[in-house]
Design a binder for this molecule. Structure first.
Ligand code: NDP
Ligand code: DGY
Length: 354
């Protein structure tokens, strides 16, 4: 299948008189291009890489991250790298890979783990996986918000431990979405999808903040407001922005002190770095805010003796926003196709223009 795939591409190039690509294919038949995949990924993605027949694929055959020292060895001389959000791809890795490296494809929409300036300088193209994970991540965010606001983990625990003695009017009350104000920090692809899913619960006002007003906010009657207004007026604050130098540590003591004491804070953005976790712990412990739901933490995994895990009003998930079978399969296919397009110097299905 591999050889015929290559033959088809060569015939197509001859037909189009595409000399640049022909040279590339003749190069690749003499010197197979090397690709390193830093983790086991859904087989749908691996099948695409193997069937293309233009590269020799080597995989870190584990569900756990490749240790740094192995990563540095395994990238030597590669032309393409398919990596995860938990692999830090910095100057050291790029130097270890050397000048052959032409394309990096990350199995994520977030790209804060990559040294973007260095990629730009070295002319390395970058593929990523926006859009295909938006629905799954928005769904998970809604699930986390409801679980946190309605205290589901506490309730489940009470049922299991025998703490459920009778139906009690004042027991395990939480906060509902109906008639509430929701504030979304970062109304991007995922932020909008979250807002679209929350509105039908009877949300009265949908506030959002970011660097610019968004035309698509109209779809959810979103009101663009300054951050302080969003914090003072929202019953639910949902963080769905990218991690950037501007958003790093954005949710700190001052941030939580502006929120209502009855408000619920939800973060499904990035590795906790957007949130100062010590400040969040304090805000939750002293009743500055009502509860928090986090799908991302710093570090990941969060140590099992971390203070946040002692709190009943903090619900923590292990970064599973995009974890549905079909989403992960689609992400794997997209990242494989991004990688191949980078190797063959074609247009990528999803390229981050650097
Ligand atoms: P988008 O680029 O579509 O959205 C990012 C948003 O962040 C934009 O609306 C942007 O607003 C906003 N933003 C940037 N800077 C700031 C700032 N200083 N203050 C407030 N908002 C800001 O990305 P996606 O929606 O596709 O993904 C968002 C993030 O979600 C990813 O970067 C990733 O970290 C995380 N993610 C987490 C997952 C999980 O499993 N928990 C799954 C998938 C993604 P503006 O345009 O105005 O700059
Ligand atoms: C991403 O894509 O950035 C998520 O964090 C994992 O899907």
């Amino acid at each position: 299948a591999g050889a015929s795939g290559l033959a088809r591409r060569v015939i197509e190039c001859i037909r189009r008189l595409d000399v640049a690509h022909l040279e590339l294919f003749f190069f690749s038949t003499k010197h197979t291009m090397k690709v390193f995949v830093t983790r086991r990924i859904p087989q749908e993605g691996m099948a695409i890489l193997k069937q293309a027949g233009i590269c020799e694929v080597s995989v870190w055959d584990s569900d756990e991250p490749v240790p740094r020292s192995d990563l540095l060895k395994r990238v030597e001389g590669v032309h393409g790298l398919l990596c995860m959000l938990s692999d830090r791809i910095d100057t050291e890795v790029l130097d270890a890979a050397g000048p052959n490296l032409k394309v990096i494809s990350t199995l994520s929409v977030g790209f804060d783990h990559l040294a973007i300036d260095e990629l730009r300088k070295r002319g390395i193209r970058l593929g990523y996986t926006p859009d295909v994970l938006t629905d799954a991540t928005a769904e998970l965010t809604v699930a986390l918000l409801l679980a946190t606001a309605r205290r589901l983990p506490e309730g489940i625990q009470e049922v299991k431990s025998g703490g459920w003695s009778s139906w009690k009017p004042l027991w395990l009350c939480g906060y509902g979405l109906s008639g509430s104000t929701v504030g979304v920090l970062g109304l991007g692809r995922i932020g909008l999808a979250i807002a679209q899913r929350l509105k039908p619960f009877g949300v009265k006002r949908l506030l959002y903040t970011g660097r610019h007003p968004k035309p698509h906010a109209q779809e959810v009657d979103g009101e663009y407001v300054p951050l302080d207004t969003l914090l003072c007026e929202s019953d639910f604050v949902v963080v769905s922005c990218a991690l950037t130098p501007d958003t790093c540590g954005l949710c700190d003591k001052a941030f939580f002190s502006k929120m209502k004491t009855t408000a619920v804070f939800i973060n499904t953005s990035r590795l906790g770095a957007v949130v100062n976790q010590d400040d969040l712990f304090e805000a939750l412990s002293i009743g500055q805010i009502a509860a928090a739901g986090l799908d991302v933490t710093s570090p990941e995994p969060l140590p099992t003796d971390h203070p946040l895990l002692t709190l009943t009003n903090c619900v923590i998930l292990p970064h599973i926003g995009s974890a549905t079978y079909s989403t992960r399969a689609t992400m794997a296919k997209l990242s494989a196709n991004n990688l191949l397009a980078g190797l063959t110097r074609d247009a990528m299905p999803s390229e981050l223009k650097l």
